[in-house]
Write a protein that binds this ligand. Sequence first.
Ligand SMILES: *Cc1c(COP(=O)(O)O)cnc(C)c1O
Length: 365
Amino acid sequence: MRVYNFSPGPSALPLPVLEKAASEMTNANGTGQSVMEMSHRSKDYKPIFEKTESLLRELMGIPSNYKVLFLQGGASLQFAMVPLNLAAGDMPGKGKKASYIDTGIWSDKAIKEGAKYASVEVKASSKDKAYTYIPEAPAPSADDAYYHITLNNTIVGTRWDKIPDTGKVPLVSDISSCILSEPLDVSKFGIVYAGAQKNLGPAGVTVVIIREDLIGKAPDWTPIMLRYDTHASEGSMYNTPPCYSIYMIGLVLEWIKNLGGVNAIAKLNMEKADLFYNYLESSKMFYSPVEKQFRSLMNIPFVTTEKDEAKKTELESRFVKEAAAAGLINLAGHRLVGGMRASIYNAMPIDGVKALIDFMKKFEG
Ligand SMILES: *Cc1c(COP(=O)(O)O)cnc(C)c1O
C-alpha cells in the first residue's frame, strides 16, 4: 500500500508518473535501454530533453527571450550563482549592490551567500514575528544589480500574495517550493530558480529560467561551471546533465498537462489548502501560526494550543508517530521551528488531505 507522504522534499511524486517510469525502466521508447544508460548527446536522449524543456515553456508560458537551464547543485547553489553572475566585481570580494527581502531560513541562506559576492542590503524582514508574514517590499536602490525574494517559504509556510514591482531592477526569485503550483508571470522576473525535488521531480536537477540579457555578466574569475553563459551556450550540456532527473521532470509535466495545465492544478491546490486551513480554523487543538493573507498553498505548518512545553513536545511527537502508523508520513515540522507541517504539493491528492483531516479529528477526540 502507498502512504500519503507529506514530506517537504524530496516529496511525493504522482503515481502515474512512477508507473510510467517503471514501465520504461529497462527499455525506454523501444530503444532497448534505460534512460539512465543513454548518452546525453545521443539521438535517443535528445527528444526526451527537448520534450521536457518545451513542456515547461508551454505550461509556464515562458517568454522566448528567456533561457531554461537544467543545472546541478540544488537551489542552494543558485544562492551563489545569482550574485556571482549578476553582481560580482572584477576581483573576488564585494561587488555591485543587491537588495534582498528576508522571509525565512532559505532567504537568510541566500542573503549570507549573496553577501560574499555582492554588496547586499536586506530591505525588509519578517524575522520580528518568526517569519509568519510577508513584509512590504520597499523599492530597490536605483543601482541594484538585482532584487531577491523567496516566493514560497517552505519552512514557515508563507507565500508572497503579489509580486513586487522592482521597475528596471531585475527581480530574482527562489520558487523551489511553488513552481507550477499556480500561474506565474515569468516576464515579471529576471531569474527564477527551483530545485526539482519539491514540485517538479526527483532531486538532482535545478531549473533556472533566466532572461537573456542577464547572461554573460560573470567576471573572469568565476568558475566555468558556475557561469550562466557556459550552460546557456551549451544547452545545459557543457558537461553531463542529470539526464534521468530531467526525464522524470518531463513525465511530471506531461501529467500536469493531462490534468489541464497550471490553472487546473492551481484550482486543485486551492481546494486542498482551503480544506486544510478551514479545518485548522475549526480545530480546538491545532492552529496555523501564519497570517491569513500570506498562507502558503504548498506548505502548511501547524502547532498545538498546549501551553506546557513538556506536554506540547510529548503531544507533537505522539501525533507524528501515530499519523505515520496510520499511513500519513513526514508530518514533523522543520527541525529549526518544530511543530508539525503538511506539505501538499501538486502530487498530493485531495484524498490525502481528507485522510489527514480525518486523522486529526480523531486525534483531537
Ligand atoms: C528546499 C529549498 C531550498 C534548498 O534546495 P536544495 O535544492 O536542497 O539546495 C531552497 N529554497 C527553498 C525555498 C526550498 O524550499
